[in-house]
Design a protein around this ligand. Structure first.
Ligand SMILES: [Zn+2]
Ligand SMILES: [Zn+2]
Length: 204
């Protein structure tokens, strides 16, 4: 724990989070405070600090890579630390892709709960949105290059694993790395970098 002095909303959020109230009650109070927090000077300050921080996920939309500009959103990967969120919980998204992520999240909400201090976790939805985008770009690329049939299927299987593994590394947590990807990872590290397959849209 740090000695940071929190503003009233953050202090209240932390108080509720640490209280012995029921999960449902925490969620309900959290939802009310969430709206207040989004309008508060505390969030404004946190948001500004994040955007000035220079961390990679503060510079461009994580989905499409468009550099940050006015009107872009700062998205929470995790509401558990609301009010006291580390930069790792935040990322820049353009409005369209922010909508995508939350739409995806809504569809799986029965599994992950609602926004609120008891911790809706958007890591999985955010990661899956990214995987979907990258994968469809890779497919388009193969089509453009005229790669079809068996070669295409083999390449796509490899590319899919590669994209998923990278997304899991960039957005850890939320759920476990599937066995398929664990096996892929150890196979890749055994192989080393010997086989350097062309991977479309590979940044950084
Ligand atoms: Zn975008
Ligand atoms: Zn969001």
């Amino acid at each position: 724990m740090t000695n940071t002095t929190y503003g009233p909303i953050t202090a209240k959020l932390i108080e509720i989070r640490n209280s012995t109230l029921s999960q449902e009650k925490k969620r309900q109070l959290g939802r009310q405070l969430y709206r207040a927090y989004m309008k508060s000077p505390e969030w404004q300050a946190k948001r500004d600090a994040f955007l000035r921080s220079g961390v990679p996920q503060s510079k461009k939309c994580y989905m499409c890579g468009t550099p940050f500009k006015e009107g872009f959103h700062v998205h929470h990967l995790n509401y558990t630390n609301l009010g006291d969120e580390p930069f790792e919980d935040l990322m820049v998204l353009c409005p369209a892709h922010h909508l995508n992520v939350h739409h995806h999240h809504e569809q799986r909400k029965h599994k992950v709960g609602r926004p609120g201090i008891t911790g809706a976790n958007l890591r999985t939805s955010t990661r899956k949105t990214r995987i979907k985008m990258k994968y469809s770009a890779a497919k388009q690329d193969l089509t453009k290059r005229g790669v079809f049939g068996k070669k295409r299927r083999m390449l796509l299987k490899y590319i899919r694993n590669k994209i998923e593994l990278k997304a899991h590394e960039e957005i850890p947590g939320g759920d476990k790395l599937p066995g398929r990807l664990r096996r892929f990872k150890s196979k890749q590290s055994r192989k080393g970098n010997k086989r350097n397959m062309a991977m479309p849209g590979r940044g950084r």
